[in-house]
Design a binder for this molecule. Structure first.
Ligand code: 4AD
Ligand code: MG
Length: 435
């Protein structure tokens, strides 16, 4: 006869509902401390760690022998009685009555005080650490809440190809791929293939990787990052900014409300996230340049706003900041002309608080096929290559806007992480493609 056991999670124990009761747990040996007549095991599962104690007198001899010989990361099942105990991390201890080692781990290569390089070389093992586990669970919430918000607003989730034949943003940052003897690229943005889809569905989004062959070795650059791209018909520049404010606030609140334990363990105050609410601050590009100049930063109208200037603009503020109406020369050809200042497009970058820098880029899109052709000619690109993209402006061209959220950057900001690679399971940077 097979006896079916109901396993609970560590979190259920730590929440206090099982004090004095017998429970069944399963997971990995996070830490182990061996004494003469007892072995203390910190048991880990996705929900947390709990102290368990295996006393020689309480279990069978062979079970105790197993406990004495097992190493960290061994896989175990445990049955025992929960006891409130102030000395134990989390306030509870499980006194083991029965336990089995399902897999004896080999000597785990990760020990305390190892270099970041070593930990990243062992990312496949390091991700079971409490910090990475918590971060990945927050990441899940961010992805899920974006979908939840957008679907709730009537958007359809769709997909686009990763192999493309045209550039979307900076030509210099394209990854070339050999494609049956032809040169193609890994996509830098899904926008070009998303816009045609709004003619079918009006409100659409894609959550997919974008690839950038940027040689920037900064804390904010990945070569493969996760990009949430949104396109909305019947939506102008104002509507586009409102959409971004609502989406970002929704994601921040979802993390604050649904990932309390993880935030606590990561030492992030949820108030930081609950404080994110519309309206965000706004400033035109021209005002931004003036502000930077007054602050002693060497910059002139027409220059890109690089990290130093971006940091300066928000360093005193806890609010997100939209910078609007950038010059045409430093932005992309598909953006809508700004009639109030023809040197500029109706676009925006969203900068994170306290000097964090850009997390979203967006714009109203140009609806006039000829203006897009003119823009391409002006920057020396060949409109023929974009025929399909321009075509959508020939058949019922509709006002529309969109934006792209750097999801990894947003998570980095939310959790106050030191480096963007810390928020993604297997980061890809200029210097890392392993494991
Ligand atoms: O500003 P970007 O280049 O805009 C676009 O690609 C538009 N086509 C998006 C759109 O309108 N659909 O990129 C959008 C965002 C940036 O604001 C930034 O947060 C993130 O993508 N991003 C990166 N994140 C991590 N590593 C990189 N190398 C990134 N490059 C851009
Ligand atoms: Mg940008």
């Amino acid at each position: 006869m097979v006896i079916k056991v109901s396993y609970i999670h560590v979190r259920d124990v730590l929440e206090g509902g099982y004090d004095g009761q017998k429970v069944h747990l399963r997971g990995w040996v996070h830490r182990i401390r061996k004494q003469k007549k007892m072995v203390f095991v910190l048991l880990r599962d996705p929900s947390g760690v709990v102290q368990t104690v295996i006393k020689k007198a309480a279990v069978r001899d062979e079970q105790y022998a197993d406990a004495e010989k097992m190493l960290i990361e061994s896989l175990v099942t445990i049955a025992g009685i929960v006891k409130a105990d102030e000395r134990a991390e989390g306030g509870y201890e499980v006194q083991v009555e029965d336990f089995n080692v399902l897999h004896f781990a080999e000597d785990f290569p990760i020990t305390e005080d190892q270099s970041i390089e070593f930990l990243n070389d062992n990312r496949h093992l390091w991700m079971r650490s409490r910090s990475l586990t918590n971060i990945l669970k927050v990441r899940d919430e961010v992805f899920n809440s974006a979908r939840e918000y957008l679907r709730g607003q009537g958007f359809y989730e769709t997909t686009s190809p990763m192999f493309v034949s045209t550039m979307g943003e900076e030509g210099a940052e394209l990854f070339e791929v050999e494609y049956f003897g032809k040169k193609v690229y890994l996509t830098q943005t899904s926008q070009m293939h998303l816009e045609p889809q709004l003619f079918a569905m009006e409100k659409v989004f894609i959550l997919a990787p974008s690839f950038r062959a940027e040689k920037s070795r900064t804390r904010k650059h990945l070569t493969e990052f996760w990009h949430l791209e949104v396109e909305e018909a019947w939506c102008d520049h104002e509507c586009n900014l409102k959409r971004q404010e609502e989406l970002v606030s929704y994601m921040c609140h979802s993390v604050a409300n649904n990932r309390k334990y993880e935030l606590a363990e990561l030492k992030v105050d949820p108030k930081r996230l609950l404080a994110v609410n519309p309206p965000f601050d706004r400033m035109t590009y021209s005002e931004a340049i003036e502000t930077c100049q007054k602050g002693g930063i060497e910059i002139k109208w027409g220059d890109d706003i690089r990290s130093e200037a971006e940091e300066f603009l928000t360093k005193e503020s806890d609010n997100f900041l939209f910078v609007e109406y950038y010059p045409k020369e430093i932005k992309s050809f598909y953006m809508k002309d700004n009639p109030e200042d023809p040197r500029t497009y109706k676009n925006s970058d969203l900068l994170g608080p306290r000097g964090f820098g850009e997390v979203i880029g967006g714009s109203e899109r140009e609806t006039d096929a000829q203006l897009i052709i003119d823009n391409l000619n002006r920057i020396g690109d060949d409109p023929e290559k974009y025929k399909w993209y321009i075509d959508i402006r020939r058949y019922g061209s509709v006002q529309h806007s969109g934006f792209g959220v750097g999801m990894d950057r947003l998570i980095t900001w939310m959790l106050n992480l030191e480096h963007i690679r810390d928020c993604i399971p297997f980061p890809r940077t200029v210097s890392r493609i392993f494991p």
